[in-house]
Design a protein around this ligand. Structure first.
Ligand code: NBP
Length: 476
């Protein structure tokens, strides 16, 4: 075969990634279970570059130059397993299978082991940026053997988004690392979106502004450190009017947020690893609450509907909301990077967190100017234990926390739900507390379960004889 690389699965993502490769002068073998999609791709876009279509997977594999590289972009789950099996049947030792679908990282670890046993390389590559990204340049997070990256990396780097000439694609680490960081990326995306939604709610219900006015506010924030893709699209969504009713589109959209599961994966993983990702957790739960018709329609007897906030100075209030958003965003990212480090420790990955922030600067949904600061923070100190306490971030978050306190208090008094803002503030207060009430919890645990406690003033593990004379004994 002569094709440089192949793509299996030609629905919107696969077709666009294949076109991106072809536009970058690679010869691209293409295959889809139902041949119709292949025909459509060739008919509509065949002129964009060199495509080598196959109706059969054996022919597809045969059309690839060695060592063969096949990218899978089919529905995540059993379809991916089916395609891996079919490819492996026809491939030879040293060939490379790349899954660019939204796979669960533990599936990727399992698949990598199975492929390795058959002498094949398996790369789990997270890819972000949706359909447009796949075509114009996504952010790509590949995990696999270093050997496979030597063959695959240059191609992926070329088709990825670029910032100042640097690709938004970098080798992450082995097996499931790429899909793990993609999962956390999506979790951070959930948090970011929820924080923006809470800022909107404060301006809408608290300040009483119209969607168009709020669109202007978000647009003006593009000139600040909040500059990001999500802020930009928020402004566009808020400015959109419904053709039929003439109302703001946001007012005719049902207020129930859907999810496809990556937020939940992130939270589950965080629970397993014991990492508090409260921003992502609250964002995921908030979507759940919005989509709970039973509970919401049963809430009639409950009082305390949202009231306007008595705002003394409009500009001051808007700036407080902006600072609250910025502080909470730093908290959410700090927590996300903690989860990535915990995953690396648990699964034996060496992840360069600065590189990761770098490849999220463009191509993906959480792309933001702010990520450049994260890259710098980790460049200065790769083992930074708490991102938000970095010497660049600490002064910024310290400056914004008073505004976050004001905003959370306003929301509480006005009855506007701010789960992500308020949990970010609680996390900040918790992590920097000199002393936490966890000491009391240890006392309670020792009381009912003899779970023991440590002392602040000496070594050893202690238990108090609560049901006897309450004397203390050293257990070890
Ligand atoms: P879909 O997730 O809608 O999957 C459709 C593709 O899967 C078609 O090519 C279909 O073939 C194929 N397929 C299915 Br379904 N079952 C199969 C099987 N048993 N054997 C072989 N092929 C099978 O496509 P998509 O929206 O392009 O997404 C592709 C991947 O990219 C997914 O993992 C998705 O999570 C991920 N992703 C999507 C986005 C996005 O913005 N959409 C972003 C990032 C990642 P057929 O034509 O024969 O039915």
């Amino acid at each position: 075969g002569t094709a440089d690389i192949g793509v299996v699965g030609l629905a919107v993502m696969g077709a666009n990634l294949a076109r991106n490769l072809a536009r970058n002068k690679y010869s691209v073998a293409v295959y889809n279970r139902s041949y119709g999609r292949t025909e459509t791709l060739i008919a509509e876009h065949g002129h964009e570059g060199t495509f080598v279509p196959s109706a059969d997977i054996a022919d597809f594999v045969a059309s690839l130059s060695r060592p063969r590289v096949a990218i899978i972009l089919v529905q995540a789950g059993s379809a991916t397993d089916a395609i891996i099996d079919q490819l492996a049947e026809h491939m030879d030792e040293g060939d490379i299978i790349v899954d660019c679908g939204n796979a669960y990282f533990k599936d990727t670890i399992r698949r990598e082991q199975a492929c390795q046993a058959r002498g094949l390389h398996f790369v789990g590559a997270g890819i972000s940026g949706g359909e447009e990204g796949a075509l114009e340049g996504p952010s790509i997070m590949p995990g696999g053997t270093a050997e496979s990256y030597a063959r695959l990396g240059p191609m992926l780097e070329q088709i990825s988004a670029h910032v100042d000439g640097e690709p938004c694609c970098a080798y992450i680490s082995t097996d499931g690392a790429g899909h793990f960081v993609k999962m956390v990326h999506n979790g951070i995306e959930y948090a970011d979106m929820q924080l923006i939604a809470e800022a909107y709610d404060l301006l809408r219900q608290g300040l009483g502004d119209s969607p168009a006015q709020i669109a202007d506010i978000f647009e003006s924030w593009m000139g600040t450190e909040l500059n990001s893709y999500l802020i930009e699209i928020t402004s566009e969504v808020l400015r959109q009017n419904d053709a039929e009713t003439g109302k703001a589109l946001v007012d005719v959209i049902v207020d129930a947020a859907s999810q496809k599961g990556t937020g939940a994966w992130t939270v589950q993983t965080a629970l397993e690893l014991g990492v508090p990702v409260t921003g992502i957790g609250e964002a995921t739960f908030a979507r759940g609450l919005s989509s709970s018709p039973t509970q919401r329609s049963a809430s009639g007897p409950l009082e305390g509907h949202a009231t306007p906030i008595a705002v003394a100075d409009r500009e001051v209030f808007i700036e407080q909301v902006r600072q609250a958003l910025y502080a909470s965003k730093i908290v959410a990212y700090s927590q996300g990077f903690d989860l990535i480090q915990a995953g690396a420790d648990e699964y034996g990955w060496e992840i360069n967190k600065g590189d990761l922030a770098k490849i999220w600067r463009a191509g993906c949904i959480i792309r933001a100017v702010f990520l450049g600061d994260i890259t710098e923070a980790y460049a200065d100190n790769p083992d930074l234990p708490l991102l938000m306490a970095d010497e660049k971030f600490a002064p910024k978050i310290n400056e914004c926390i008073p505004a976050l306190r004001q905003i959370v208090a306003h929301g509480a008094l006005a009855g506007i739900p701010l789960p992500a803002f308020s949990s970010s503030l609680s996390y900040f207060d918790g992590v920097r507390a000199d002393r936490l009430p966890a000491a009391l919890i240890q006392g309670q645990r020792d009381f009912f379960g003899a779970h023991t406690y440590l002392r602040v003033d000496r070594e050893g593990v202690y238990h108090t004889e609560w049901s006897a004379d309450r004397s203390e004994s050293r257990w070890s």
